[in-house]
Design a protein around this ligand. Structure first.
Ligand code: ZN
Length: 124
């Protein structure tokens, strides 16, 4: 039982262990209790990790949804933006005052830059 390499227990430690666990059943009970405690601790840790991961996933879903809303709102704004004549020809200008943000109901109304026509009617 005594060893010089430090890997074996000293006689005092061995006697202490034998006093604490005199029978094989006591040793089994001791190791089973340790295993139960380790399993319970691992389950608690996994549960907390799962809660944190689930929370982070939920937050990520909410953020993705919000970004989708912003992206959709920007698309909707661009859809109903009526470009002025200059922007139609030269491409969109930054902060153009002549382009008009329209709604679905007002989008079809004429823009002040629209071609006024010649005033002649077609002979039908
Ligand atoms: Zn414009």
């Amino acid at each position: 039982m005594t060893g010089q390499d430090g890997a074996t227990a000293s006689p005092a430690a061995t006697a202490e262990l034998l006093a604490a666990m005199p029978t094989a059943a006591a040793v089994d009970e001791y190791w089973q209790r340790i295993c139960r405690e380790m399993t319970a601790r691992a389950a608690e840790d996994a549960y907390e990790r799962g809660q944190v991961d689930g929370y982070l996933l939920a937050i990520a879903d909410v953020k993705a949804f919000q970004h989708g809303l912003v992206k959709d709102a920007e698309l909707e704004r661009r859809r109903w933006l009526l470009r002025c004549h200059r922007c139609r020809l030269a491409g969109p200008q930054a902060a153009c005052r002549d382009c008009e943000a329209r709604t679905r109901t007002t989008f079809g109304q004429p823009h002040p830059d629209d071609y006024p026509g010649t005033g002649q009617r077609c002979a039908a």
